[in-house]
Write a protein that binds this ligand. Structure first.
Ligand SMILES: [Zn+2]
Length: 401
C-alpha cells in the first residue's frame, strides 16, 4: 500500500512518551541544553580516543528483521541497500545533489557519519549484524512491541554501542524513531519492511530515505517545520516553514514570510517523496554531531567495540531464532467470541478450555495464527485456557459475561 503522505510518527511517539513518563521531559530538556551548550564548537568531537574535528563517525548497526510471512524476511541484499542509502545521503554522495536549489547549495552538508553492520555482538562474538526472527504479529504499531522479544519483537542490543534498526511490517506507517534521551531498551529506529532500502521497496518510498529521515530524528533532528505552524526546528540555517510538504513539488514555495530562501521542502526532514528530497544542512549536521561530544547522549557510540574483530570464540548468536512466544487472548471479559493470537509453534496443537472447577468444556485445534472461539453459549463465569506447544505454555484465564 502506498501512503498518501510520509507517515512518520516520531513526533506522536515523543508526545506519547512525554505523556507516559514524567521524567522524559526532563531528559529531553537535558539533551537540548547539551546541544545548545555545544553549539559554539559543534564541529569538534572532544573524544580523547578518536578525536578529530572533521573525523568521520562510524556507527555500528544491528538490524532486527521481524517477519510474519516469508516475503517479509527481507534479503541481505535489501538490507545492504538500506545501509548504502544511509551512507549515500549522510555523506552527500547522492546523485541528486544536482536537484538542490542554488540558494541552498552552499549550506548542504556532508554529515560525515557512516553506518556499518556490526561485526561483534555485545558479548564479543562474531555477528553479521543482522538478526532475523519470525513473529506472529502481522502489523506492528507505534507501541514498541517490535523492540521486545517477549512481545513478538527482538530485544535491543546495548544502545550505547549500537544503532538498533528494527524492520517489520507496519501496514499504515513508514517508521518512527526514538529521540536522544529515550530509554535505552527502546532506543533506535523502526522502519516498515517495504520502505527499507532500494530493493523491493515500492515508489514513492523506494530510495531508502525513510531510514535517512528516521535516523535524522535518532540524531536529534526535528521535522523541518518544527512540528507546528511556522515552528522552529532548532536549526539556524533551515528556513522557517509553514508545515510539511507532501508529494514531489517543484519550484519556489514560500511560507511564514521566509522570503528569498523559501521553503526547504527538499530537506530529508520534510515529508516529500524519496525522489524529491536531497539534503541535510550544515546546521543539521552540527546539531547531529554535537551529540557525539564528550558527555553527549551519543558519545558512547565512539567507544563501541561493535565494529571490532570478534574477541570471543564462542559460537555466535543464532541468526535465525525460534518463533517468539506471543500469546494474546482478547477481549477479556468476552461475551460472544474470544480471539487467540498464537505463534507458529501452536499450529496443529490443541488448547483446552476448562471451567474454574477443572471441568473440560471444549478442545480447540489451532489451525491458524489467529483463532476465534464462539463462547456465546458458555455459562457466564471464569474459565481457564491451557495448552502446551514445544515448550510454549498457555495458562490463562478469561471471564465470560
Ligand atoms: Zn519524521
Amino acid at each position: 500500500m502506498v501512503q498518501a503522505q510520509r507517515a512518520c510518527l516520531t513526533s506522536d511517539y515523543i508526545a506519547r512518551q512525554l505523556a507516559e513518563d514524567a521524567s522524559f521531559k526532563y531528559q529531553l530538556a537535558e539533551v537540548e541544553k547539551f546541544i545548545q551548550s555545544s553549539s559554539g564548537n559543534t564541529n569538534i568531537i572532544m573524544s580523547s580516543t578518536r578525536a578529530g574535528a572533521e573525523m568521520t563517525i562510524k556507527i555500528p548497526v544491528v538490524i532486527h528483521v521481524l517477519y510474519n510471512t516469508q516475503d517479509q524476511n527481507i534479503t541481505d541484499a535489501q538490507i545492504k541497500s538500506g545501509l548504502e542509502a544511509l551512507n549515500r545521503d549522510f555523506r552527500r554522495n547522492n546523485a541528486d545533489t544536482t536537484n538542490t536549489p542554488a540558494r541552498f547549495k552552499n549550506i548542504a552538508a556532508d554529515v560525515q557519519i557512516e553506518f556499518v553492520l556490526a561485526t561483534a555482538d555485545p558479548k564479543g562474538r562474531f555477528t553479521t549484524g543482522v538478526i532475523r526472527k519470525q513473529t506472529s504479529i502481522t502489523d506492528f504499531k507505534m507501541d514498541d512491541k517490535i523492540k521486545f522479544s517477549s512481545q513478538g519483537g527482538s530485544d535491543a542490543w546495548d544502545s550505547k554501542s549500537y544503532l538498533n534498526i528494527w524492520i517489520g511490517n507496519m501496514r499504515n506507517l513508514l517508521g518512527y524513531s526514538s529521540s536522544p534521551g529515550s530509554a535505552p531498551e527502546k532506543d533506535g529506529v523502526v522502519i516498515t519492511t517495504k520502505a527499507f532500502g532500494t530493493i523491493n521497496a515500492p515508489a514513492p518510498y523506494h530510495l531508502g530515505r525513510t531510514a535517512v529521515h528516521e535516523v535524522g530524528h535518532w540524531l536529534g533532528l526535528r521535522h523541518i517545520w518544527g512540528e507546528t505552524y511556522c515552528g522552529d526546528d532548532l536549526v539556524d540555517d533551515t528556513p522557517i516553514q509553514g508545515g510539511y510538504t507532501t508529494g514531489c513539488p517543484t519550484g519556489f514555495k514560500t511560507s511564514c514570510s521566509n522570503g528569498d530562501m523559501g521553503d526547504m521542502y527538499m530537506n530529508y526532514m520534510d515529508f516529500t517523496d524519496d525522489a524529491c528530497m536531497n539534503l541535510f544542512t550544515v546546521g543539521q549536521k552540527n546539531r547531529m554531531r554535537s551529540l557525539f561530544n564528550d558527555g553527549g547522549p551519543r558519545f558512547s557510540l565512539l567507544l563501541s567495540k561493535g565494529l571490532n574483530e570478534p574477541w570471543l570464540s564462542e559460537s555466535p548468536l543464532p541468526e535465525i531464532s525460534p518463533v517468539n512466544p506471543v500469546i494474546q487472548i482478547f477481549p477479556n471479559p468476552a461475551v460472544n467470541e474470544l480471539t487467540l493470537v498464537l505463534s507458529n509453534a501452536w499450529l496443529g496443537k490443541e488448547i483446552s478450555i476448562q471451567s474454574i472447577n477443572g471441568i473440560l468444556i471444549q478442545k480447540v485445534k489451532i489451525t491458524s495464527l489467529t483463532t476465534k472461539i464462539n463462547i456465546a453459549l458458555f455459562t457466564p463465569g471464569l474459565y481457564m485456557i491451557t495448552g502446551d506447544a514445544l515448550g510454549e505454555k498457555i495458562h490463562s484465564k478469561f471471564i465470560k459475561l
